[in-house]
Ligand binder design. Structure first.
Ligand code: FEO
Length: 588
């Protein structure tokens, strides 16, 4: 039995496991145990972590689990959080000659699992990193050094020898777009990273007492997996045929004794969530051209509006499932798939045409691989059937850039907002209660928030703005969650708050309230100059503040974005700030 600094050491010892050999560093500890032939779990125990992301309060700390398989070839599955750097690397060094490590499998690139990828690359410069196409792209931006890599997709296999054949399962959106699961056909261990995990720190390796884990298992599902319930169901379907001895999760205890129960809970919760929600089906061919990147950006834009998405890989779906998924969808997007040799058109495009309904909205994009089915004939068929095209076709003429991501993201948001239009109009026309009328008498100034991040720009008319601290000088802005600009307002982002002038704001307001097509330049025809933080300053503004976001928190259907004001200037000392008066408080 492991004896660590352990405030909750109530579980019985794991059976049939090799003797653990703990190393201790304050309240961060590490545990290694054999979990299958030639397979070691390396669990970093973070006893005191109180919060995960902004909204995820932890009652029982957490663990970051990684795994080492030593067949004829050696593979490490995931790393750990950066805070475990010395503890993890030193311990791993006692288990394996890192200079001979063959593969590092990256299930998902969030820093709690990939925080030590750079360290592993330094110790094992010849290692091949294995991950989804999206994961490899993310890693290239994270590690800033060349590395050997292998992109894997659904069904791909990797031989390690001694009976260890790894099979990869694509699980996009659980809970990041880059996620893969790995199944060792020899040991029948399924490595799931975040999926089926829980933030629960204890030195007991597996799920011997499920009653103690149930609440944390559900809380974790609600926070991380529930928002992607459709993707949970898709992943469950993909792992259904597997015989699984052990679920090796990235957080908390591994699942060994009650696997069907844990899976059933995910299935039941997800089915309940998807039963009534409005969703868009996204059809695309995984790992074809740039389809993965584009579809993720579109999905992000749709989800911002509160509409769910269901990703459908056209290379791995039966026409019956296409009919079922599309039949219940409010709208759909198609990334044009590769032409099928000998066929007049991709068979699934015909299935989509025969299933689609005039009530639905749609959008199309090209994947940029050069062998796409032609987009325009398909588009014409859908339009002739009376479907609404939510955004113009996205045609890829070169490799995607940040601007392409923004275009796709905004296209997704346009589609989501179109699907929400009835609800929005209903809300605006709703009988106004005395409470809403009273709330409407809160008045604010009028502002234009302008931002530039790399190639991406954005602008938003804002009135819910308030100074909220003296030291430091700080401002809080409420931003609706379905606004595309929220992606430019994360912690560390910089922008300009332009303060509009009474009697001189109508032209700017009219311009920026226009509906822009996805990816359009909001500043064309508007006089601007560049702030020291890179964002546009509007030449006609009464004053401006250069701001940096230092925190944000959810507030119902808005984000509260708190920023420090770092510079500012008044253009007209005699001018007054424009004021926004309303009559009701249920819309702007
Ligand atoms: Fe545990 Fe999404 O990282």
């Amino acid at each position: 039995m492991v004896t660590l600094i352990n405030p909750r050491s109530f579980n019985p010892p794991a059976t049939a496991m090799a003797a653990p050999q703990p190393a201790v560093q304050g309240r961060l500890t590490i545990q290694a145990q054999t979990i299958a032939p030639e397979t070691t779990a390396l669990r970093c125990l973070d006893w005191d972590r109180e919060r995960f992301d902004i909204e995820f309060e932890l009652a029982n700390g957490t663990t970051y689990n990684s795994f080492l398989i030593q067949g004829e070839k050696t593979a490490l599955i995931d790393t750990s959080h950066r805070k475990f750097q010395a503890l993890y690397c030193d311990y791993l060094d006692t288990l394996v000659d890192l200079s001979c490590l063959d593969y590092l499998i990256v299930s998902h690139t969030e820093p709690d699992h990939s925080g030590l990828v750079s360290d592993i690359l330094a110790l094992a410069p010849d290692v091949t990193i294995v991950g989804s196409k999206v994961a490899i792209q993310f890693l290239e931006n994270m590690v800033h050094r060349p590395f050997a890599h292998r992109i894997v997709k659904q069904g791909d296999r990797l031989e390690l020898g001694n009976g260890h054949t790894l099979e990869f399962i694509s699980a996009p959106n659980l809970h990041w777009p880059d996620t893969i699961l790995t199944y060792d056909t020899g040991t029948q261990v399924l490595y799931t990273c975040d999926v089926f995990g829980m933030h629960y720190c204890d030195d007991c390796l597996v799920d011997q007492v499920p009653e103690m884990l149930a609440a944390d298992f559900q809380y974790y599902y609600d926070c991380l997996m529930g928002p992607n319930a459709r993707s949970v169901l898709a992943a469950l379907k993909r792992i259904e045929p597997l015989t699984i001895n052990l679920v090796a999760t990235g957080h908390g205890p591994l699942l060994q004794h009650h696997i069907p129960t844990w899976f059933d809970r995910y299935r039941d919760w997800s089915q309940a969530l998807v039963a009534t929600e409005t969703y868009v089906a996204l059809f695309y061919a995984e790992d074809y051209g740039h389809s993965d990147r584009l579809v993720q950006a579109i999905a992000h834009g749709i989800e911002r509006t509160g509409i769910a998405v269901e990703l459908v890989d056209m290379a791995n779906v039966h026409p019956h499932d296409v009919r079922e998924i599309l039949g219940r969808a409010a709208g759909f997007v198609v990334g044009m798939p590769p032409q099928v040799s000998g066929a007049t058109a991709h068979p699934l495009l015909s299935t989509i045409v025969t299933t689609a309904s005039p009530k639905q909205a749609f959008g199309l994009f090209e994947s940029g691989a050069g062998q796409d089915e032609p987009l325009y004939p398909f588009r014409n068929q859908l339009r002739e059937m009376g479907l609404t095209e939510a955004f113009p076709p996205i045609l890829l003429k070169a490799a995607p850039t940040e601007a392409t991501d923004q275009l796709c993201d905004e296209a997704g948001t346009d589609l989501g907002q179109w699907l929400n239009r009835d609800r929005t109009v209903k809300q605006m026309k709703a009988v106004n209660s005395d409470l809403e009328k009273a709330l409407g008498r809160l008045s604010n100034g009028l502002y234009l928030l302008t931002a530039r991040k790399g190639e991406v720009t954005g602008a938003m008319l804002a009135s819910w703005v308030i100074q909220s601290s003296f030291k430091p000088l700080g401002v809080t802005i409420a931003v609706a969650k379905d606004r595309a600009i929220e992606s430019l307002l994360h912690v560390g982002d910089r922008f300009v708050l332009n303060i509009l002038e009474e009697g001189n704001y109508q032209g700017l307001m009219k311009h920026f309230l226009k509906r822009f097509p996805p990816g359009a330049d909001r500043f064309a025809g508007i006089a601007t100059y560049t702030a020291s933080n890179g964002s546009p300053i509007l030449a006609e503004a009464l004053a401006y503040l250069e701001c940096e976001v230092t925190s944000r928190m959810p507030s119902g259907d808005h984000w509260l974005v708190y920023c420090q004001a770092q510079a500012g200037r008044v253009a007209n000392p005699d001018g007054l700030t424009a004021v926004h008066h309303r009559k009701v408080g249920n819309h702007y």
